[in-house]
Every structure is written in C-alpha cells, then in structure tokens.
Design a protein around this ligand. Structure first.
Ligand code: FE
Ligand code: CA
Length: 526
C-alpha cells in the first residue's frame, strides 16, 4: 500500500491503516473464538438497499470502551458466519455464508448479500464462536414499473455529549423503507462537558479528546453505538450513510495538502467505513471511499442520487470584494466556473443520471445548503452568503439548475443536513433570482440535527423573514428528523420534532408538513 501524495511513508504506516497488508503479516484464523462478554455489543446494521441486495454489517467489540480502539478484540483473524431469512425466527433462511475479519478492518464485517427479492423485508444475524448476534431487520428496494408509494426518513448531525439521540425510537416506529443519514454522524471533537455548555454530564464522550489516530476514531464510533436508541435504529432499518465534515475535520476539503490533516482524513475515513453498513468494495483507498457517490432506485418512483460534497471539493472562496464587483451578491471567486464542490467526474455522473432518469422523482441526497441563502444581518452592504455550502460553488449548482431547465427533468428535490435547523427552500432558477419572483425550479428540504447544539427552546417561527430571500419558506430550530412520503402525485415532508434531547424518553410531534406536487417545483405548506 502506498501513501497518498503529500504524505510521508513512515507517517502513513504509523497510522496503522493497511499495515498488515503492507508488511504481509497475516495470522492464522482463530478457530474457537471465546469472549468474556458479548462480542456484538455495538450491534448490527444494514444499508445500501437495492432491488436484489443489501449490505449487512457488524463489528466484533466485546469491550467497546477499550481505549486502544480495538473494541477489546485480540489482534487475531476471526471467522464470522451470517444468515439472511424471510422470517424473524430465521426458519426460512434464503442466504448464508461465512467470512473472516481481522484487526486490520477493526474486526468489522461487511457482507453484500445478493440474490434477494425486491421490495421485501428480511431478517439477519451473525455468529462468532458460540455467540449469536441480535436479529437485524432490513428491506430491499422495490423494482419495476408502476411503483405506487414509499417512505424514507432523513437525518443529520448527532453529538454524543449534546444529549440523547431521542428521535430514533420514533423514526423506527414510523417505519420508513430506508433512512438517509446526511453527515456529521460523529464529531471529531469530544464536545467537552462544561458548565452551561449545553452538554449532559452523563453523556461523556469517548475518547475525551479530539480524535487524531485510528484508535481514537474507532473508539468514538464504538462509543456512539453503545447508545441503545442509535443501535436499535441501525438494527431495525436500512441506512444509506453519507459523510460530511465533522467525521473528519471541521469544513475539510479535498485539495488541502496539510500532512496532519491528510493523515486525519485517512484514519477518519477508514473508521467511518469500518463502522458503517457500506459496501465491502467501498473500503477506503488512502482517504478516498471507492463508492462515495452512488444511485439507489425505488422502482420507477424515486431515483436517489447520493452525492458527496467533501471528497472532491476545493477550498471555499474568499467572500471579500467591492460591492461593484459583485454579481447577484456573489464575489467573483464564488462564481469561478472552475471552482467545484462535486469534482468533474461526479458532476458528469450526476448530470448523466438526471438526464437518463425515468423515475417520477429525483431526490438529491446532499450534505450542505444547496439553495442560496443570505445571512446578512444588515451589517454588510450586500449579501452575506455561506461560502462553505453550495453558495461558494455557484457554477456547479447553476449547471444542475440549467440542466433541469434544458432537459425538462422532473421533480427534482434536494434533501440536506448540516445546518442544525429545519428549512424549506424553493430553489430559484439562477443565482441572480434572489427576489425576482421567478418560479422555482427545484425544492430543498433541510433537516435539523438529531441533537447537535443541545437542548433548545423551540422557536418554529423565527427567521428568515428577509426581503432578500422570499424563497426560504420556513425555518425552525427543533431537534429530530424528517419523514418523506412519496407517491405518483406528490412528495410530502413531515418535520418530526422531539420534545427533548435531555432524556431518552422524548415524545414526538409533527411540527410542520409540506408537499411538492408532480411537475410543480416548490413546496406548499399543509
Ligand atoms: Fe453538524
Ligand atoms: Ca457539517
């Protein structure tokens, strides 16, 4: 294994990623593994549902709090077997197999189970030695034409020390066909518990410092999964996970050459893959995920275009320029046609996918604010846009919007995380249409954080109420998730808000509901 450009080979090997492969050390398989406690303490998960396949996942970690990130596993190769069945008692097993895991992959197990039926519920479990995992439950995507309806949930941003992940039991009860997690699954920082800091004393993070090494990141993920509400949501629903910045580094970008941050990207990405129900083939190469962007379809009803706005993005541009140099409120660097948030290859893939889609709805699973937003609190003479979001990369966004118009691509809906707020945005057709009354060409629904930011006094009516941004229809500061219900005629969003993140026993309430009608971009409040 060779280090990525710009990274010293010794430092690379010291990270411990792929070191066994590099040195050729492969130990014998542990024939009769025995553990002092449950090796499935961090649970099971499924993800990447397709019409005929789904990934099932686990990670052997009898001691999830082990400070060396090992999960309490010895540095040995361990055989793990698995079964997938049609029934919860696993009497009607339809697929089974065995694999070997090792310390090199944090004793994680990723199995891409193929040969399944579309639109079906399945159950699965793992076995290691005498220990059997909890039974997981998953679903495949529907296939064929005439698919009538489906539901999906989306969420983002969870900080262990900010409180409980109290929305998840309600998400499970809502029983969506699939869950999209749009980034900030962990935070690299521990979220120090400080007086008045919005953190819960009983929710101390592990490790209690910012993650630097692979061991740190492995421990962070294992610690999160000891949260029973998070673990149950993984056990009972299939997830499609994407990465944003805080799994690695605040506002990281791919062209940053700083060796320490490159090193962190490598270990952060390795731990992300190890701990998520991602494809086995997406095991990181350096810090790149081989399957960072992908398309998942639910019959002919929805094409989900799952993108990454981190792996290929350039640095955010400067927002400083003279007022007379601004165009639509943007300084020239933000409008530079060569500046990219998607990268050329992903952009071509997305455009091709949109152009050739035959689905009723095209949903972009996205990480950061897509629609333009003016943060100006009247202190500046012109717009104050968020250059860390798509507003810093106007050309990439405009190319998508132009494509929607030119090719009459129907029903383009963006779902987004990151902002720790719920927002509804009617995306104008160009970056100059701040307040021109031009009809929207797309619709964006941003979901708040699971709990990042900590407990809040609910305020469903504040902001934006700015004359410059009539296309921003709604803003709310609750915690929770969003639930989408899709049929041939409409896509409906229900914002689901928890009563508290100070306790796992929160109640849930739909605080706002919106629909997008077929062939009519823009959200309508219910
Ligand atoms: Fe966040
Ligand atoms: Ca983020």
């Amino acid at each position: 294994m060779t280090p990525p450009p710009g990274l010293d080979r010794r430092l690379f090997l010291a990270l411990g990623v792929g070191s066994a492969a590099a040195t050729g050390i492969v130990g014998p398989v542990w024939a009769n593994p025995r553990f002092g406690s449950d090796p499935f303490a961090v649970g099971v998960a499924s993800g990447e549902p397709r019409t005929d396949a789904v990934v099932i996942w686990t990670r052997l970690a009898p001691d999830p709090g082990a400070l060396d990130g090992s999960g309490g596993m010895p540095d040995r190769r361990v055989p793990v077997s698995w079964q997938v069945a049609e029934d919860e008692q696993l009497r009607r097993v339809v697929r089974s197999g065995a694999t070997v895991t090792s310390a090199e992959v944090g004793h994680s197990v990723h199995v891409d189970v193929t040969g399944l039926q579309p639109g079906r519920e399945y159950f699965y479990r793992f076995r290691v030695g005498q220990d059997v995992s909890p039974v997981g439950r998953t679903k495949t995507m529907a296939a064929g034409t005439g698919t009538r309806d489906m539901t999906f949930a989306f969420a983002s941003c969870q900080s262990y020390s900010n409180g409980y992940f109290s929305g998840y039991p309600h998400m499970v009860a809502d029983d969506p066909d699939v869950v999209f997690f749009l980034g900030d699954y962990i935070y690299r920082q521990p979220g120090l518990v400080t007086p008045g800091g919005g953190h819960l004393v009983e929710r101390q993070n592990a490790p209690q410092h910012s993650c630097e090494t692979l061991a740190d990141f492995r421990l962070r993920y294992a610690h999160y999964r000891t949260d029973p509400q998070l673990a149950e949501a993984h056990r009972l629903l299939p997830w499609v996970v994407t990465i944003d910045d805080n799994e690695i580094d605040n506002n990281w970008f791919s062209t940053d050459p700083d060796p320490a941050r490159v090193a962190r990207r490598i270990v952060g990405m390795q731990a992300f893959w190890e701990n998520m129900p991602l494809l086995p083939s997406s095991r990181p190469v350096g810090w790149q995920l081989p399957v960072a962007y992908r398309r998942l379809s639910y019959g002919d009803l929805v094409d989900f275009h799952v993108i990454t706005t981190r792996h290929f993005r350039q640095e955010s541009p400067s927002g400083e320029c003279a007022v007379e140099d601004r165009d639509g409120g943007f300084c020239p660097p933000a409008l530079d046609p060569d500046r990219t948030i998607l990268g050329d290859q992903q952009e071509r893939w997305l455009h091709d996918g949109l152009r050739t889609s035959t689905a009723q709805w095209n949903v972009l699973a996205n990480q950061v604010f897509f629609t333009m937003r003016d943060k100006n609190k009247n202190a500046k003479p012109d717009k104050d846009v968020n250059l860390a979001a798509w507003d810093g990369f106007v050309a990439d966004r405009q190319a998508i919007l132009d494509l929607l118009a030119a090719e009459h691509i129907r029903n383009f809906v963006v779902i987004t995380g990151d902002s720790h707020r719920n927002w509804v945005a009617n995306t104008p057709p160009t970056y100059r249409d701040w307040d021109t009354g031009a009809p929207p060409i797309a619709t964006e629904f941003l979901v708040t954080s699971i709990n990042s930011g900590g407990e809040r006094v609910p305020n469903p009516t504040y902001g934006p109420a700015k004359q410059s941004t009539p296309h921003l229809l709604y803003r709310d500061n609750s915690h929770g998730y969003a639930l989408a219900t899709v049929d041939r005629d409409q896509l409906r969003i229900d914002y689901r808000a928890v009563s508290t993140v100070l306790s796992p026993a929160a109640t849930i309430e739909t605080i706002s509901s919106w629909t997008v009608a077929d062939d009519q971009p823009g959200a309508v409040a219910l």
